[in-house]
Design a binder for this molecule. Structure first.
Ligand SMILES: Cc1cc2nc3c(=O)[nH]c(=O)nc-3n(C[C@H](O)[C@H](O)[C@H](O)COP(=O)(O)O)c2cc1C
Length: 302
């Protein structure tokens, strides 16, 4: 049975030019048996096997003869590109220096991000892997300081409307139901953060989206893998870094969208979706002069 997602159903069509095929078997090898397999020295297609062709494109990408075409599920012939050479690709050292040089930037110059950069960020982000092709990740772009500020205001209005939920009395009532850790997150982060966001707004300071000139909200449908938007957002951040822009992920907006139907409706998001993430971008107003070593919560060989 074919896999249904928010914008794909049915199997993709696979065509093999048998005249050109040398029966090397690489396509079947990367396809992992659905729907391509080798039999009698020839590649065979069985769309009834498992999910049929989901248009992951692996067979097209590996074929040395360029004799496979896949179309459907949002995959077209135009999606097959020239492979960058080894020399063109970033080395580990280059990638590591890009990542080490990145900091979460919360101070931006009063300068817009040009459309060309936005397009480049989106194009790089779209190369991210996804749980199931085609990607269901959507990016809602707030291009311009005014648009980001308006979004910030909407989010803060909603936060103000639910602030009573994190009041000391409500937290005491909820504690037995939400568990120790969530209770502590409420006490030490959520309640003081909401308080700070709203106090800063009263002082005309945007403590939520930091007066950024560009923001992108990454979200996805309930069909997709829940981490898809976070992977795409991470790719976008690294792309921005490579363009000399600063960026910062913001976790709070996703909760506003998750719990506010009114916000989802206003911004055209589906009622049921996975965890999203807002990323702000802009030209950094400060220069960082040191890289920082980070340690993860744990790394164990099991
Ligand atoms: C999922 C996620 C959510 C975040 N949410 C916020 C946020 O709401 N506000 C903020 O100022 N920074 C936020 N950050 C940025 C982190 O605070 C930042 O990554 C951390 O302080 C480490 O700094 P660095 O990115 O410069 O290494 C978030 C980062 C991630 C990955």
């Amino acid at each position: 049975m074919s896999i249904k997602t928010a914008r794909a159903e049915g199997v993709a069509e696979v065509l093999i030019d048998y005249e050109a095929c040398i029966a090397c078997g690489l396509c079947a090898r990367v396809c992992k048996g659905a729907p391509l397999y080798m039999e009698n020295g020839k590649v065979q297609i069985d769309q009834s096997c498992y999910f049929g062709c989901i248009a992951c494109g692996q067979c097209v990408a590996v074929c040395p003869q360029h004799c496979i075409t896949v179309t459907g599920r949002d995959f077209t012939l135009d999606d097959v590109l020239q492979m960058p050479t080894r020399e063109e690709r970033a080395t580990y050292a280059q990638l590591q220096s890009l990542m080490l040089g990145r900091r979460s930037v919360r101070d931006f110059k009063d300068k817009p991000v040009v459309r060309e950069y936005i397009d480049q960020i989106v194009s790089a982000a779209a190369t991210a892997p996804m749980g199931l092709p085609p990607s269901d990740v959507q990016i809602l772009i707030f291009d311009g300081k005014d648009k980001v500020a308006a979004l910030s205001n909407d989010l803060l209005d909603w936060m103000q409307s639910i602030q009573w939920i994190v009041s000391p009395v409500m937290r005491a009532i909820m504690r037995p139901f939400v568990g120790k850790e969530t209770g502590e997150v409420f006490d030490t982060f959520l309640a003081p953060a909401l308080d700070a966001f709203l106090k800063k707004r009263a002082e005309n300071i945007d403590w939520l989206t930091y007066s950024a000139p560009l923001a992108m909200y990454f979200y996805t449908s309930a069909y997709a893998d829940p981490v898809d938007p976070l992977i795409v957002a991470t790719y976008a951040m690294l792309a921005a870094e490579s363009l000399g822009l600063g960026s910062c992920m913001l976790g709070t907006p996703a909760y506003c969208f998750k719990y506010s139907k009114k916000l989802r409706r206003k911004y055209g998001m589906p009622n049921v979706s996975q965890q999203g993430i807002l990323v702000i971008f802009g030209h950094p107003a400060v220069t960082y002069r040191r890289a920082l070593r980070r340690r993860l919560g744990g790394v164990q060989f099991y």
